[in-house]
Structures are given as structure tokens and as C-alpha cells.
Design a binder for this molecule. Structure first.
Ligand SMILES: Cc1cc2nc3c(=O)[nH]c(=O)nc-3n(C[C@H](O)[C@H](O)[C@H](O)COP(=O)(O)OP(=O)(O)OC[C@H]3O[C@@H](n4cnc5c(N)ncnc54)[C@H](O)[C@@H]3O)c2cc1C
Length: 300
């Protein structure tokens, strides 16, 4: 499916970008999950225009309705891969659906990294990794465990089977959706019912202890919480990050990144992490992406 503009993120930044881009008569799609937006958990007292405290959840629902009225499509799935094309970008969702767009708006918010084990930090780079894309290669023919609570972990487990001899998987939040569970089993992934509680090893990861007291030998542990964050998703595109923390996407005043056709807005571009900033930047990103698409269409 082909779109003028694809927006990744169904939070205030992505929604506002979508409203402005949609009202400019572009064909627009927004990917993301409203429950994953930081706004879903906020109670706002510092946002313009409300006499009383407003629940973030209500603001999100209202924004999504506006988005629909602007003629924008919404797909509540995570993007797990972005590939640059000669003109535009190919996006692949967690359910392996493919989309093509001329311009991209990144509005994925920030990933609040949660550690899983007490001694996890001691093993970073010594068997513990947060990036399957980056490190799967090092585990060719080895035994690995992947832990996570969302689409990036499920995708990561499938991806790891192309390299590792053995892939164990622990889903840390509720049940794995049945369709996904079937796909994992078919790929030979061993799903753990008991929670991993301790990393074993002196200097490097040697194994893992589970809550039921059993021990599994593994060489590598991947921790992939939530959806794919900016660092994992954007690394192959050569998007420039801020030089101080390498955590935020660098943009100019038009919300352009260093890659032609890619714009960014909201928490992903750095502090202040506030709704007012997210919607302001979303507006600019939506309009800038629209201008870019008009220019490209004239050239075609
Ligand atoms: C507890 C709490 C209280 C807060 N209180 C306030 C407050 O009082 N005032 C204030 O102004 N701000 C507050 N904030 C901050 C505010 O919520 C954020 O600044 C704002 O939500 C940022 O908007 P955003 O659109 O950039 O990102 P988010 O709202 O975080 O939205 C990110 C979106 O990206 C999607 N996404 C991420 N990765 C992918 C992927 N790979 N594929 C597809 N979609 C993806 C998610 O599903 C989500 O829809 C609070 C935040 C929290 C957590």
C-alpha cells in the first residue's frame, strides 16, 4: 500500500502531524498504539485551554477522532523495519505488512528503558545486549535468550533464529498473542513459562536461573522491552542524533532530519518532554512533510 506520508507514532506529536498533513489533502497513515503513548498515563494541568485538570487518555481519544475526520488512516501496529527506497521508504509492521511512503514523520516518543535483572549492567557488552539487529551476528551457532514485552521482542526472537543455534524466549507481559506464539514455535523458538530471575556467570554471561530453580545455559541475553525505539529502528537509515546524549533525533526548525524526506517531532527530538512541545512540533512536521511531498510530486 502506498501513501504520501507515513507517520510513526500515535501520540500527540504524530496525531497533530497527521491532522495537519491530512487536511492538506495528502494520503496519510499513522502507525502506533494509543496505550503506548506517554500521554495515556498523564494528567495534565499545564496544557493550554482547559480550566480543570485533563486526563491524557481523553485528550488522546479526542485527537484520534480529529485524525479520522482529517481522512487519515490509522494502523495500531508497530513498525519493526524501515528501508530506504530510490524514492521514499518501505515500512514493515510487526505483522509483516508492507507500506510505501514518499515522506516519513518520526513521532515515536522516548523509550523508557527498564532493566530486567539486578546485575544486568555488569554484563552489558559481555553477553547482555539491547539491540538484536546490531548483535545477533555475534551469536552464530550459540545459545541465546530474548526477554521482552512487545512487538520488538517477538520480532527479535524470530530474527535471532537465523543466527543462533538455540533461541529461548520469555514474554514479560501477559500472554503472547496466539498467532504470534504459533509463528515463534514454528521457527523453533523455545518459549519459557518460568521467569528468568538471575544472570549466571563470572565475567561473561554463562547461563540463566529461572524462578522454578532450573538453570539454562545461554551465551547471550537480549532485552527488548516495548516497541522498537529510535536507535534500533533508525540506525540503518543514517539518521543523525544529538551529539550530547545520542538519544534524540536531530532536527532543524522545519523538523527536518539530516535524511531527505524524513521529519521528526515530539519527545523523540528531545526535552522539554511536554505535550505542548509535541503538538507544536507535530504541526510543523506535518506541514513540512506536506510541502516536501508536493515538491516531489511536481518532480515526478
Ligand atoms: C506519567 C507521565 C506524566 C506526564 N505529565 C505531563 C504533564 O503534566 N504535562 C505535559 O505537558 N507532559 C506530560 N508528560 C509528557 C507527555 O506525555 C509527552 O511529552 C508526550 O506524550 C510526548 O508525545 P509524543 O507524541 O512525542 O510521544 P508519545 O506520546 O510517547 O507517543 C509515542 C507513540 O509512538 C508509538 N511508537 C513507538 N515506537 C513505535 C514503533 N516502532 N512503531 C510504531 N509506533 C511506535 C507509540 O505506540 C506511541 O503511540 C507526562 C508523561 C508521563 C509518562
Amino acid at each position: 500500500m502506498t501513501y504520501d506520508i507515513a507517520i510513526i507514532g500515535l501520540g500527540p506529536a504524530g496525531i497533530q502531524a497527521g491532522i495537519h498533513a491530512g487536511r492538506r489533502k495528502n494520503k496519510v497513515i499513522v502507525f502506533g498504539k494509543k496505550e503506548e503513548s506517554a500521554l495515556n498515563y498523564a494528567h495534565l494541568e499545564n496544557y493550554f485551554g482547559f480550566k480543570e485538570k485533563i486526563e491524557g487518555k481523553e485528550l488522546l481519544e479526542a485527537g484520534i477522532e480529529q485524525l479520522k475526520r482529517a481522512g487519515v488512516d490509522i494502523l495500531e501496529e508497530d513498525i519493526i523495519k524501515i528501508e530506504p527506497l530510490e524514492r521514499g521508504f518501505k515500512l514493515i509492521t510487526e505483522k509483516e505488512k508492507e507500506f510505501i511512503a514518499l515522506a516519513l514523520v518520526l513521532a515515536m516518543g522516548v523509550k523508557r528503558k527498564k532493566s530486567f535483572f539486578k546485575r544486568e549492567k555488569d554484563f552489558v557488552g559481555k553477553g547482555v545486549s539491547y539491540c538484536v539487529d546490531c548483535d545477533a551476528w555475534f551469536y552464530k551457532g550459540k545459545k541465546t535468550l530474548i526477554i521482552g514485552d512487545g512487538s520488538s521482542a517477538i520480532w527479535g526472537a524470530k530474527f535471532l533464529t537465523q543466527f543462533a543455534e538455540e533461541v529461548y524466549f520469555y514474554f514479560s507481559k501477559g500472554e503472547i498473542p496466539s498467532e504470534e506464539k504459533e509463528a515463534l514455535i514454528q521457527k523453533g523458538v523455545k518459549i519459557l513459562a518460568s521467569k528468568p530471575i538471575e544472570i549466571l556467570g563470572e565475567r561473561e554471561v554463562e547461563g540463566i536461573k529461572l524462578e522454578d530453580e532450573s538453570i539454562i545455559k545461554v551465551d547471550g541475553i537480549f532485552i527488548e522491552q516495548g516497541a522498537r525505539g529510535p536507535l534500533e529502528l533508525l540506525a540503518p537509515l543514517g539518521i543523525e542524533l544529538d551529539l550530547e546524549t545520542f538519544s534524540y533525533v536531530k532536527v532543524d526548525k522545519k523538523m527536518k532530519t539530516n535524511v531527505e524526506g524524513i521529519f521528526a517531532c515530539g519527545d523523540i527530538t528531545g526535552p522539554p518532554l511536554q505535550v505542548a512541545k509535541a503538538v507544536g512540533e507535530g504541526c510543523i512536521a506535518g506541514l513540512s512533510a506536506s510541502d516536501y511531498v508536493s515538491k516531489i510530486k511536481k518532480e515526478i
